[in-house]
Design a binder for this molecule. Structure first.
Ligand code: NAD
Length: 237
């Protein structure tokens, strides 16, 4: 069994599955969020150009739904791991639901953006959604009246922090992947870099992920049940 010391460098990648037990629907599972919404119509820059009202309606609903959601034991287990490792811990999330931050994680990179903020397409100000008039079909910037867009990295756009993430992948000893199907790139390819650079790769997922062949240790099941137990064992032996 793996035993961590505070000097072990651990990089964690999370996906929609870690938030499933908080009641947030995942991406590709049946009954998932995208079953009733075509990606091309709500999550691409082209969709926003041609129908911003529809795109805002989708993200307004997701934002309003996210407000009442609470972190689950898997999110809290990562907070515990971060307390133990300090600066040797980094969490990269594909999720936009803010649940890691709500749980208390500090060293978090939200590579696909956040539901809690939006960006002005004209003056590029970043604004908290809670400060925006969301009753407008297309919310506008309080500073310049430009059109606001959700602060989400859509399909066809480049995720945030890729250079920082690449550095972390090359320098970690443990790469832990939680609740991601291994389908959406570039995140799905991170495991390959970490493994080639010598990290031990560990994954927890309800189903076998697509990139399973690069995983050294795979735990199949719910992250809210498996992760707290694993973190305890890794820290306390
Ligand atoms: P995904 O839906 O493709 O995969 C989720 C994976 O989680 C599945 O393989 C599923 O088997 C697994 N899973 C479901 N419940 C689980 C549980 N309780 N414990 C452990 N695993 C569980 O999601 P993805 O890989 O993150 O990629 C989808 C993209 O959509 C991401 O880029 C993400 O930004 C976005 N997304 C985000 C959210 C969110 O913010 N919560 C929700 C949906 C989609």
């Amino acid at each position: 069994m793996l035993k961590l010391t505070p000097a072990t460098k651990v990089l964690v990648l999370t996906g929609a599955g870690i938030s499933a037990e908080s009641g947030i629907r995942t991406f590709r599972d049946s009954g998932g969020l995208w079953e009733n919404n075509r990606v091309e119509e709500v999550a691409t820059p082209e969709a926003f150009s041609s129908n911003p009202i529809k795109v805002w309606e989708f993200y307004r609903q997701r934002y309003e739904d996210s407000i009442s959601r609470k972190p689950n034991p898997a999110h809290f287990a990562l907070v515990k791991l971060e307390h133990f490792l300090g600066d040797n811990f980094l969490l990269v999330t594909q999720n936009v639901d803010c649940l890691h931050l709500k749980a208390g994680s500090k060293r978090v990179l939200e590579m696909h953006g956040s539901l809690a903020t939006c960006i002005c397409t004209h003056c590029h100000s970043k604004l908290a959604i809670k400060d925006i008039d969301l009753t407008k079909y297309i919310p506008t910037c309080p500073f310049c009246n430009g059109v606001l867009r959700p602060d989400i990295v859509w399909f066809g756009e480049i995720p945030h922090y890729l250079s920082l993430i690449d550095d972390a992948l090359r320098n970690c000893s443990i790469f832990l992947i939680v609740g991601t199907s291994g389908v959406v790139y570039p995140a799905a390819g991170f495991v390959l870099t970490a493994k080639l650079m010598g990290a031990k790769t560990i994954a927890i997922n309800l189903e076998k992920p697509d990139n399973l062949s690069y995983i050294d240790e795979f735990y199949q099941g719910k992250s809210g049940e498996i992760l707290p137990e694993l973190v305890d064992k890794w820290i306390n032996g």
